[in-house]
Design a protein around this ligand. Structure first.
Ligand code: G3P
Ligand code: CA
Length: 280
């Protein structure tokens, strides 16, 4: 390579670096600045304790979570049971579908030992038990899993929630839009959230205006959300929560995109440091 070519390349490289520095001002942040966003413990503090158990929700509370997120299915005898998967295999010492177990059978399973022997004996819990323990202590974000597989699950959730006068800080969410529309009809004062599938990169304003007519939150996995869609939702008066923020970079992205809350496994929230910019 000739000397003049080398100089040219060096000039381009330096110019690009300067452009990046000027164009992207890294904003320092600290815990206080993140107070505008709510922190939601994903299945409890699920990388510190077995997910969706009393231990993980208790840990999340100790760490200062604003909300506890949980997943709900129906047992064979129609109880609202907290578990992420529709099978018990991954998180307990049992096997088979939640829907094929009665509550008393589920209670005999060990929901902690697979995570760590020190949690052996943790039980599968019900949504009623979650409310008994945590209502009024933290917000509750309740995800109804695959509602189409559980006819009547919306009515059961609404019946439980109707026992509580103050539904501030309670949100019900699902990937199933029609199920959330139904929840909104049954209990209009309750906030509902819609979970968007990865295929949703863009929402037409017509679609968005329909969704925000009954849902307060439109939620995304942080890995595929983009700034434009968040702005669109905010412009329509909606709010956005992002989930699977398991590391600093994802939390930084959520913060920069001005989301309303992050759903995190909670090992590193709150954190201090400087923001690493994450581009779409
Ligand atoms: O709260 C959103 C998030 O929990 C949805 O994904 O699979 O963790 O239930 P998943
Ligand atoms: Ca969930």
């Amino acid at each position: 390579m000739r000397g003049s070519q080398k100089k040219k390349l060096l000039f381009i490289f330096v110019s690009l670096c300067m452009l990046l520095l000027v164009g992207y001002e890294a904003r320092p942040f600290n815990y206080k600045e993140m107070e505008g966003m709510i922190s939601i413990a994903h299945r409890g503090a699920s990388n510190l304790a077995p997910e969706n158990t009393l231990a993980s929700f208790q840990k999340a509370l100790e760490l200062g979570a604003d909300f506890l997120e949980c997943d709900v299915h129906l047992s064979k005898d129609g109880e609202l049971v907290i578990m992420h998967d529709d099978k018990v295999d991954r998180t307990t010492n049992g096997s088979g579908y939640v829907k094929d177990y009665t509550l008393s059978e589920l209670k005999k399973l060990d929901a902690g030992g697979k995570f760590h022997s020190s949690f052996a004996g943790e039980q599968v819990i019900t949504l009623n038990e979650l409310f008994d323990e945590f209502y009024g202590k933290a917000g509750l974000l309740i995800e109804i899993k695959k509602p189409a597989k559980y006819p009547g699950i919306e009515e059961k959730v609404v019946a439980l929630l109707s026992e509580y006068k103050d539904l501030n800080g309670i949100i019900v969410q699902s990937f199933d839009i029609e199920s959330m529309r139904k929840i909104n009809k049954l209990l209009p004062e309750l906030e509902v959230a819609l979970l968007m599938k990865p295929s949703i990169q863009h929402l037409s304003s017509q679609k968005l205006s329909d969704l925000t007519s009954f849902a307060t939150y439109i939620n995304f996995n942080v890995s595929y959300v983009n700034k434009r869609v968040i702005e669109q939702i905010h412009n329509q008066g909606g709010k956005v929560l992002v989930w699977s923020t398991k590391n600093q970079a994802w939390i930084d992205k959520a913060y920069q995109y001005d989301v309303d809350g992050i759903i995190t496994d909670f090992s590193i929230w709150p954190v201090e440091g400087s923001i690493q910019l994450v581009q779409d």
